[in-house]
Design a protein around this ligand. Structure first.
Ligand code: UT7
Length: 323
């Protein structure tokens, strides 16, 4: 059977790092509160000329270089983002143009913090369905541009960045020993749409709007939703937590990550945590975390890696992939 195998990865961060201390001068917060409640120590914030598309392009070029491929080799560009450069066209076609691609097709996926998991699952279907042989999957965000910088309950949590993977069709045996995506599980429940949203949009206010979140409400649902969908991935593949080499979660809050891992019986030394470095970068957080753990040699070819995310909508999902 056809499997979608990871060929390359890349990441990009804005130039400016903003440590917690810098935020103390802007809102009534403290480094201690932010570290204790979230695990975040710093985030990167996009400056002039840095946009979702420019960061996404950088991450994509790095992923292509590592794969030893060029834009000519790519059939589909998928961008997971909630902070597009423009309402339309899609950031994916913007990046397609930046890469000099006039062939293939490109579109965006909007599932907020679960966007990268949704995009990976979508890429896998295009590859296994035969419509694309190689897909560039990008998670790119500039959440700093939709934050209310007077709202301490949200502005300290998010950051900007981008990450990318190149997925390629490869022949597998149909067993969990295969390299590539082994299973994908997506969920959403719109009855929670008012707990984490942006209070503007083209069809309502005609403005971009600002992020609003009932943090405690999101927190309350997070661990249960994440663990349910990971358990579905284990069940579908006949694997267990003991078989996992790495859990690479969406990076929103250290307490959510630790709580989920504990509930699943996954030891903390198998969990990749980068929320301290990047804050919550929404759809970019998983590929950014992957790039850190691949750069430092933790994740190696053949490793069994679980990716999971939960966010606005609510949306949530998990993907099991053999690297
Ligand atoms: O990626 C998408 C998914 N998003 C998430 O997963 C976020 C989920 N939620 C969370 O991570 C947590 O709920 C937060 C980090 C947002 C908040 O942590 P919490 O432990 O739930 O705190 P809380 O909202 O219950 O607030 C506790 C206190 C409140 O003060 P009072 O009412 O107890 O006097 C807040 O006003 O902390 C106060 N507070 C702050 N204090 C200092 C809220 N934000 C801040 C702040 N600095 N930045």
């Amino acid at each position: 059977m056809i499997r979608s195998v990871v060929r390359g990865y890349g990441a990009a961060l804005p130039k400016r790092v903003v440590p917690n201390r810098e935020l103390e001068g802007m809102v009534a917060t403290s480094d201690e509160w932010i570290v204790q409640r979230t695990g975040i120590r710093q985030r990167y914030i996009a400056g002039e000329g840095e946009t979702t598309a420019s960061l996404g392009e950088q991450a994509a070029r790095a992923a292509l270089d590592r794969a030893g491929l060029t834009p000519d080799d790519i059939d589909l560009v998928l961008v997971a983002t909630s902070t597009p450069d423009n309402t339309f066209p899609a950031t994916a076609v913007n990046i397609q143009q930046r890469l000099g691609m006039t062939h293939g097709f490109a579109f965006d996926i909007q599932a907020v913090c679960s966007g990268f998991v949704y995009a990976m699952a979508t890429a896998d279907l295009y590859i296994r369905g035969g419509m694309a042989r190689r897909v560039l999957v990008i998670g790119a965000e500039t959440f700093s541009r939709i934050l209310d910088w007077n709202d301490r309950t949200t502005c300290v949590l998010f950051g900007d960045g981008a990450g990318a993977l190149v997925l390629e069709a490869a022949e597998g045996e149909g067993t969990v020993a295969d390299r590539g995506i082994l299973t994908a599980h997506l969920r959403s429940d719109g009855s929670h749409k008012d707990k984490l949203y942006v209070d503007g949009g083209p069809s309502t206010t005609g403005t971009v709007g600002h992020l609003r979140m009932e943090g405690r409400e999101v927190f309350k649902h997070a661990v249960g939703m994440i663990t349910d969908v990971i358990e579905a991935a284990f069940e579908a593949t006949g694997t267990t937590a003991d078989d996992l080499d790495w859990l690479v979660p969406h990076q929103a809050n250290r307490r959510i990550i630790d709580g989920s891992a504990k509930k699943l019986g996954i030891p903390t030394d198998k969990v990749v945590v980068t929320v301290d470095l990047h804050g919550n970068t929404s759809a970019a957080s998983i590929p950014l975390a992957l790039s850190v753990a691949l750069d430092d040699g933790r994740i190696k070819q053949g490793d069994l890696v679980m990716l999971e995310a939960m966010g606005g909508g609510f949306t949530w999902g998990a993907i099991l992939v053999r690297w």
